[in-house]
Design a protein around this ligand. Structure first.
Ligand code: 7RM
Length: 422
């Protein structure tokens, strides 16, 4: 209801408002915006970005990571409520005077050719999207991609989660026609801009690798004892050694939590919360959040490679694995699996055996799933990240308080998963 002194009607305000708005002069360190990011525990954190550093870094990375040239048309499909939209639909492109396409809609309406139709119509040169969208489109086959002229494309981008090998090749073959480099850009709400990425036409790409740190960024891999792991062909916890212009300055209203979350795990370093490996030439591959590592009978198992193995099964569209307490093993693995919609029904127990067989071949029997629940969906944020916190609680049979689910794209699947939990 309208409340005097609090609420006003929009139209009368618009009628008397001036169409000129003088830009406000800001100090370099004045707050620019607060964007909330949901961690694996606790309340979402309001990350505070500041004016000058954020502008400088998003402008500089935009230009270099996408090799944007004057008169190019750039399109990032992200939601502007996600940091990707803030940094690379709004600030980075506009600070360069670039043409940036804003799209409100979904990739599946009126059909799954929507993205390619827009690429053709606006002669898009740089296209930036997320693996979740690539997988959804790949599921539809290549017919709808071939219908449109995508020859304007020069650079393709990926962001938001590790891109699996299958999706990478589909994107490279069908969208980029093997001539547009894929920039797999790793970064976070907290980092404000891209941190690890190939530079197109400069850095040779490698499927599933974000490749090399951006200019000025110095990553480090750390072991559990807080020591830096030097050399190549190693894996560890991903940190950054020195500050960069667009790093978040604090958590709104809770500076102590900011220090605790990012600067206490490793002395004098920013801890990302992600794990990564560095290959023989120094390329980085992000393996996922380190809190997604589960200790089963004393073995540290990362969930990402097990999910990759599960997804190899021809009937599987997507999967998510979490741990749950087990009397003997300490923890056991619980898999949530979405099957491809092929129209035929399959025997679930056979499928479970086949999935565990693939895991055994790829990783070993230790990584077999104790429970496999087939589900129609997984709880996801608007940027396509699976909310594992919720899946973990369901696997733990601890659903009294699921925490904040307000940022879910599909809250209805939570009820469905709970009802059919094993
Ligand atoms: C930009 C964004 C951050 C988390 C981050 C990673 C994961 C993002 C990649 C990636 C592998 C990538 N901000 N992540 N990009 N993992 N390869 N190219 O997503 O704050 O919403 O999420 O996303 O775990 O820590 S975010």
């Amino acid at each position: 209801h309208m409340e005097a002194g609090r609420d006003k009607w929009l139209q009368p305000l618009l009628d008397e408002a001036s169409s000129d708005c003088k830009a406000e002069v800001m100090q370099a360190e004045d707050p620019l915006f607060i964007l909330y990011t949901s961690g694996s525990t606790g309340m979402p954190k309001g990350m505070v970005h500041t004016t000058a550093g954020y502008m400088v870094y998003t402008a500089y990375t935009f230009k270099n990571v996408f090799q944007y040239r004057e008169d190019d048309v750039y399109w990032c499909t992200a939601d502007i409520g996600w940091i990707t939209g803030h940094s690379y639909i709004v600030y980075g492109p506009l600070a360069n005077g670039a043409t940036t396409v804003m799209f409100e809609g979904v990739p599946s309406y009126p059909d799954f050719g929507r993205f390619w139709e827009i690429v053709e119509k606006h002669k898009i040169n740089q296209f930036y999207t997320a693996p979740t969208a690539i997988r959804a489109l790949a599921k539809q086959g290549s017919e709808l991609v071939e219908k449109y002229d995508l020859s304007s494309l020069k650079t393709l981008g990926s962001v938001g989660e590790p891109i699996n090998e299958e999706a990478w090749h589909w994107y490279n073959d069908n969208v980029g026609k093997k001539k547009s480099p894929i920039v797999d850009t790793w970064w976070q709400t907290e980092t404000g801009g891209v941190m690890i990425t190939p530079i197109p036409f400069v850095t040779p790409t490698k499927p599933t690798y974000a490749t090399l740190p951006f200019i000025g960024i110095q990553p480090a891999l750390m072991d559990e004892n807080g020591q830096e792991i030097k050399g190549n062909q190693v894996d560890g916890r991903l940190c950054v050694k020195f500050p960069w212009p667009s790093m978040a300055r604090t958590i709104w209203g809770n500076h102590q939590r900011y220090k605790d979350t990012y600067f206490s795990a490793f002395e004098n370093k920013y801890f990302t919360g992600d794990g990564a490996l560095r290959d023989e030439v120094g390329y980085y591959r992000i393996t996922g959040r380190v809190d997604d590592v589960i200790i089963v009978s004393g073995h540290n198992l990362g969930t990402a490679p097990i999910e990759d193995a599960v997804n190899e099964h021809p009937a599987v569209a997507e999967s998510a694995i979490v741990g749950f307490p087990h009397d003997v093993k300490g923890n056991a693995l619980y898999g949530y699996v979405i099957l491809k919609d092929t129209g035929e029904s399959r025997d679930h127990n056979n499928l479970r055996k086949e999935i565990n067989q693939i895991i055994t071949e790829h990783i070993g029997p230790i990584a077999k799933l104790d429970k496999i629940q087939f589900t129609s969906g997984l709880p996801k944020t608007r940027s396509g990240k699976i909310m594992r916190r919720i899946l973990r609680k369901i696997a733990h049979k601890d659903t009294s308080n699921l925490g904040d689910t307000s940022t879910l794209l599909n809250p209805e699947v939570v009820q469905d998963i709970m009802e059919h939990a094993l």
